[in-house]
Design a binder for this molecule. Structure first.
Ligand code: SF4
Ligand code: SF4
Length: 258
């Protein structure tokens, strides 16, 4: 495959071009009455370096250097109906949208001369997307076992593109989610089968928030994919997450100054 000579300059110009194309193409594809800008503002792009990703399988690391993570927002009105067929349908709609974004990015990367492979859900794929998205700075793991992004809360679906394109890399971010979860019990109390544990547990030597999937999965499978914990999480409510992140950042600054 043809490689561009100035990787960094190319990566910058590629991203600008990429955003322009995505705005135009996504608008055409999702011509559902909403504006192009609205569609695009509800997608998120982030990138991360494979070496930081502990779960990156050996075969993948031989083939690809980077992963692009894309996330698309749920419609809150629809997801907040969980557990209900409306919320279940919304999850599938957004998986489809996320898959479309990943396929388009991969196609454009191919056109530009780089190896690229889309990775889409909901079924297991060759990349574990949650650890990748954490490394990409998209979000932090919440007590409910899902990612929390300051803008989208937990109300989104992910897709990814594996690639060798020399794209600029992002870093993991913290927005105070971990501390916030330590003193919040909303998802614990809302989970019908009590699958969300109150405290972190040791998982393969690492202390993490823990969801008991032996309790979650039967309920999840019987209730259209459930999604109660995602919908109930305060970060997922429209307009809440970014303000919450700002408030937590101010609180943390004050504590550090004392
Ligand atoms: S509901 Fe509360 S405890 Fe659960 S993930 Fe959201 S912020 Fe954390
Ligand atoms: S998906 Fe439903 S059952 Fe599973 S942890 Fe969340 S609220 Fe509980």
């Amino acid at each position: 495959m043809h490689k561009k000579p100035d990787a960094v300059a190319y990566a910058r110009s590629f991203l600008v071009e990429w955003k322009n194309r995505l705005e135009n193409d996504q608008g055409a594809e999702f011509s559902n009455g909403k504006g192009i800008g609205q569609q695009f503002s509800r997608s998120f792009l982030s990138l991360f370096l494979r070496y930081a990703h502990e779960n990156w399988p050996e075969k993948l690391s031989a083939e690809f250097k980077h992963v692009i993570i894309a996330a698309v927002h749920h419609d809150y009105e629809r997801i907040s109906k969980a557990p209900n067929p409306i919320a279940g349908a919304e999850v599938m709609v957004q998986y489809t949208r996320a898959a479309s974004v990943a396929k388009k990015i991969a196609a454009w990367l191919h056109q530009e001369g780089w190896e690229a492979e889309p990775v889409t859900g909901p079924m297991a794929s060759r990349l574990a997307m949650i650890p990748a998205a954490i490394q990409a700075g998209f979000g932090e793991l919440g007590k409910h076992g899902s990612l929390i992004n300051p803008e989208f809360g937990s109300s989104f679906r992910l897709s990814a593109v594996l690639t060798n394109a020399p794209l600029p890399l992002d870093e993991p971010q913290t927005h105070g989610v971990d501390d916030f979860c330590s003193s919040c019990k909303i998802c614990e109390d809302a989970c019908p089968p009590f699958a969300i544990t109150a405290d972190k547990q040791l998982v393969r030597g690492i202390e993490k928030w823990y969801v008991d999937f032996d309790r979650c999965l039967p309920f999840f499978n019987e209730h259209q994919g459930c999604a109660i914990c995602i919908a109930e999480c305060p970060w997922s409510r429209p307009g809440v997450g970014l303000n919450l992140a700002k408030k937590l950042a101010r609180k943390s600054l004050k504590t550090n100054d004392q």
